[in-house]
Design a protein around this ligand. Sequence first.
Ligand SMILES: NC(=O)c1ccc[n+]([C@@H]2O[C@H](COP(=O)([O-])OP(=O)(O)OC[C@H]3O[C@@H](n4cnc5c(N)ncnc54)[C@H](OP(=O)(O)O)[C@@H]3O)[C@@H](O)[C@H]2O)c1
Length: 276
Amino acid sequence: MILLVGATGFLGSAVVERFASRNPVALARPTSDTSVLPPEIEIRQGNLAQPLPLDSIDTLVYCASMGFGHVPALITQLEQSNVKRALFVSTTAIFTTLPSTSRQIRRAAEDAVTNSTLEWSILRPTMIYGTERDRNISRLLRFLKRWPVFPLCGNALWQPIHVDDLADAVVASLDSPHTTGRIYNVAGGEPLRFADLIRTAARALQRRVLLVPVPVSAAVLAAQLTRVVTTEQIRRLAEDKAFPYTDAARDFGFNPRAFAQGVRLEARRLGLVSER
Ligand SMILES: NC(=O)c1ccc[n+]([C@@H]2O[C@H](COP(=O)([O-])OP(=O)(O)OC[C@H]3O[C@@H](n4cnc5c(N)ncnc54)[C@H](OP(=O)(O)O)[C@@H]3O)[C@@H](O)[C@H]2O)c1
């Protein structure tokens, strides 16, 4: 039986739908919004800060953050249980060269997985988008719907992944015989410069946008003064975030959609353009 950790999250709720026919168990906290889960799914209460309820579980799919420090203790528990197969969703943010508070914790979490006796696989996605639950492109689309001008801070490469492509990748990589003991970067169809990403999002809304370049140093100063965003977030804007996914394509047929297609779908889903 499969236990889905993070099933109520943005990615997890897309993943749980895809496993629905296999009678999975969803982990939920007392505070979790379980209305996002399919009604027929078995729910077990639990918290990553404590040992998980693993009765009859042989497979774990982990869609919660690996950056909170719970993974090493979880691996110890899994190794003493009947769980054999485990798939973890990490992040390409692990590659940042900037000072990051969570990077060490995420690295230690990946190390605990890769040094374990489990049949493990790790997926590292880029920024995930695709529904009103994302915390990035939905905000960008709503901004562009209201304003014809956008401050362009840096012009780095981006390669966001659509949540449905990532959820499909979770299932395909779990089922593939080639993925055990391997780590895969997974990203959107192609990298694009930040300016192109903004213009593509505006086109999805049938809008034009004027990009006004803002030096990264000025944006960092504004972040320090206003505290609306962190300086780490601003500096990350200027860092390239493009990742080839040839290993994932070879081993489990990963074939993500282009951003232009994904952002058009999201604009329609958010009701920002009429259905045609
Ligand atoms: N979102 C992105 O752009 C992005 C980019 C790259 C990588 N990732 C990675 O992708 C994965 C999924 O991201 P997401 O955006 O879907 O996350 P999310 O929406 O924040 O969902 C997190 C899930 O983890 C659960 N959770 C958190 N703390 C828990 C705890 N102590 N015990 C049990 N469950 C707990 C949450 O439960 P509740 O419902 O109770 O809160 C929720 O189901 C994460 O590993 C994240 O690091 C995300």
